[in-house]
Design a protein around this ligand. Structure first.
Ligand code: C5P
Length: 242
């Protein structure tokens, strides 16, 4: 079944402890369906929080961005396959052997429900200049994204985490069914923070993004519920659920 527009937005829950998270969720009055739990919260609260959120019906993207030797990643994924989550990810830069090991670990252990496995291409906080400064990379950024996305696709993963601006092209050289999950979402007039390849929710839809990841524009808003609704409406662009 097609996910609803609401299920296609994961709110990035970058909070220090679950105390702040529950406070935030209270203010959202049950409107948010998807939550992205990243390193900050997971390393503090761990699996019990994940299980509690899943019991309450939230769809969860566990954003731990694994990057280690293939054997470690395989065994970690085998563990994570038991978690009640919809999505999990690894860094594409870990290379083909690591990506395949991640997939194998997840497949070896999953029961009836296998989470989507995504590869992070290039963090949306990086751009051409940061690639040059940090890694001495002269390769044009779009070439780098193409290479990493194809690596993820060829390794049998379900999709990539990428900038909305790359979604359409990635689908064209991988597959239309290859999922694109896009952070770096900023409604017009909102601070870019540390994001460099950002797009509005409306642009993200037009560019073919399957899922949005939105953090600070919602979590740091004076009225987070209103901010969420604005982003949802812009993402829908007048369309209703099928
Ligand atoms: O607050 P903001 O909307 O920038 O949050 C974006 C979220 O997406 C953060 O939790 C960040 O860790 C995550 N992310 C990202 N870029 C990637 C992958 C994940 O910004 N390429």
């Amino acid at each position: 079944m097609q996910p609803s527009w609401q299920e296609r937005i994961y709110v990035a829950c970058d909070f220090p402890t679950q105390h702040e998270l529950w406070g935030f969720l209270d203010r959202m009055e049950g409107e948010v369906k998807g939550l992205k739990i990243g390193m900050q919260l997971f390393y503090r609260e761990g699996l019990p929080l994940v299980e509690k959120l899943a019991t309450q019906g939230y769809k969860l993207f566990l954003d731990l961005k694994l990057f280690d030797i293939p054997n470690t990643v395989r065994l970690t994924m085998k563990n994570m396959a038991q978690y009640p989550i919809e999505m999990v990810n690894v860094h594409a830069m870990g290379g083909r052997a690591m990506l395949e090991a991640a997939r194998e670990g997840l497949e070896a252990a999953h029961g009836s429900h296998k989470p989507y496995l995504l590869g992070v291409t290039l963090l949306t906080s990086m751009d051409q200049e940061s690639m040059r400064q940090n890694w001495l990379h002269a390769l044009p950024l779009p070439k780098m994204i193409q290479h990493l996305s194809q690596l993820v696709w060829q390794s049998g993963l379900d999709g990539v985490v990428c900038s909305p601006w790359e979604a359409k092209e990635i689908k064209s050289y991988c597959s239309p069914n290859f999922l694109t999950v896009t952070p770096g979402i900023r409604p017009a007039g909102i601070s870019q923070d540390d994001q460099k390849r950002s797009a509005t929710p409306n642009e993200a839809r037009q560019l073919g993004a399957d899922y949005l990841v939105v953090g600070r524009p919602i979590t740091m808003a004076t009225d987070p519920l209103a901010a969420y609704h604005t982003i949802l409406e812009q993402f829908k662009g007048g369309q209703e659920d099928e």
